[in-house]
Design a protein around this ligand. Structure first.
Ligand code: 2M8
Length: 443
């Protein structure tokens, strides 16, 4: 990409982030997502850190100010200035104020999201123009990030091998992925268990791009059961009907544990415990997720005691593990280059890397949320992993496609892998933030 073109896109990306800044944090998109989301905040901080250190730090510190006493970082931090009906489920649904662990005076959801924050904090430091200020920031957030990881180790390691389990599709970040269909299909919603609710998302996005009403009923039902148990961790583990070890969640967790070890070194603290945790997670990911027979990594359903043998972008994210064996790296690269993730017959400009779900699976859907479209955040995670393992040509292809998608359709929430049409929210923050990262690293 030419220097002027790159500069223009960088300026437009910054304008998106600045337009979504609320004074303390950044919303994902106007209308559809009017509060602060957890893993969005991490992606946004990474992108912002290339031009605005203070706001990048503040993004993460605002999120971490809402951390629960048990160490959980909630998946949404609500902005009290936003009218109640603007997002569902809002603070009156989650009722975090009824929970002893929740922070006083800040309304949040009661579940978590992929723990990308230690990685984001490290990158904010690495890109900082004022390193002293950034070191102070690391000193403030380190105990909170350590507490976040301690929470996952204490309360989510249900299998006992170090992997963290999620209790809701919203915790996966890939909410509506076909990965969770069988688990959700098994849910029995008792008559009368669901309140009447209004889907605010459909006022801002095309219903064909969003989850179905049947999926929403299941999300809401699960969240209600947790809320009614006041999000008590022990009750949740004992009773949650949805308990899954997600590949993507754990790959990000491991990547962040490595980052926390690096932060500890920068602060002159012992990185040993983080390194030991990373080694344990690495072993557990391989023994639980890697299927050498078919050459894929699959998640695991702890309630059903069975693997989740569906090929999605989640299976590619172990590339984030710096110690991933060469054989597994090769298998992931082969899968990415196969007709499951790269359309064979399409010419240039007709197909964009990487779909979020297997192109050849019967439940692939090119436009519905998380069931096939390209997302810039999952592309970016795979791009980082490919670069880390020296797969430069494939890394370049995906970086070029990220830029091409945004050039074609703007900073949309997600994109059609065939043709590149943009769907979901407009001026979407993590699309802008991660484009800034790609442009800063590659040009
Ligand atoms: C989407 O999730 C929220 C629920 O948390 C929603 O659909 O209302 C997901 O894409 C999630 O990964 C993301 O963090 C959130 C905000 O961008 O939107």
């Amino acid at each position: 990409m030419g220097r002027d073109k790159g500069k223009g896109m960088r300026e437009r990306a910054q304008a998106v982030l600045d337009g979504n800044w609320t004074g303390r944090s950044t919303i994902p998109a106007k209308g559809l997502y009017p509060h602060q989301w957890s893993w969005d905040a991490a992606f946004i901080a990474i992108g912002r850190s290339w031009y605005e250190q203070r706001r990048a730090q503040q993004e993460l510190e605002t999120l971490l100010a809402a951390q629960w006493a048990n160490g959980m970082v909630p998946h949404i931090v609500f902005n009290p200035a936003v009218p109640a009906g603007d997002y569902f489920p809002g603070p009156d649904f989650w009722q975090s104020d009824r929970c002893a662990n929740a922070p006083r005076g800040i309304a949040t959801s009661g579940i978590t999201q992929p723990p990308l924050h230690a990685r984001a904090a490290l990158e904010v430091y690495q890109h900082a123009s004022d390193r002293d200020e950034a070191l102070g920031f690391l000193g403030r957030v380190y105990p909170k990030l350590a507490a976040q990881h301690a929470y996952l180790a204490r309360w989510r390691d249900v299998g006992g091998d170090g992997l963290a389990a999620i209790v809701h599709p919203w915790e996966s970040g890939l909410d509506n992925s076909p990965l969770w269909d069988s688990e959700l299909d098994c849910l029995v919603i008792p008559p009368g268990a669901l309140p009447r609710y209004h889907r605010a998302d459909l006022q801002h996005a095309n219903a064909a791009d969003r989850p179905t009403d049947a999926a929403y009923d299941r999300y809401v039902y699960l969240a209600i059961t947790y809320r009614d148990a006041r999000y008590d961790d022990a009750t949740l583990l004992a009773n949650s009907p949805f308990l899954v070890e997600s590949v993507l969640f754990n790959a990000i967790y491991l990547w962040s544990v490595h980052a926390l070890a690096e932060i500890a070194v920068l602060l002159g603290t012992d990185p040993g415990p983080h390194r030991e945790q990373a080694a344990r997670l690495h072993d557990a990911m391989l023994s639980r997720f890697w299927d050498p027979g078919c050459g894929h990594l699959f998640g695991y359903d702890l309630r059903g005691q069975r693997g989740v043998p569906k090929d999605s972008i989640s299976s590619m994210t172990p590339l984030l593990d710096p110690d991933l064996p060469a054989e597994v790296v090769a298998a992931i690269c082969a899968d990415l280059g196969s007709p499951h993730f790269t359309a064979p017959a399409a010419g240039a400009g007709q197909h964009f890397l990487f779909p979020s779900y297997d192109l050849e699976a019967p439940d692939f859907d090119r436009r519905r949320y998380w069931r096939g479209p390209v997302w810039i955040n999952t592309d970016w995670l795979v791009w980082r992993g490919l670069r880390q393992h020296g797969a430069a040509p494939l890394a370049k292809q995906v970086a070029d496609d990220m830029v091409a998608l945004v050039e074609r359709s703007g900073f949309r929430e997600y994109f059609d892998p065939f043709g590149g049409e943009g769907y979901g929210g407009k001026d979407f923050s993590w699309t802008a933030a991660l484009l800034l990262d790609v442009l800063s690293v590659t040009s």
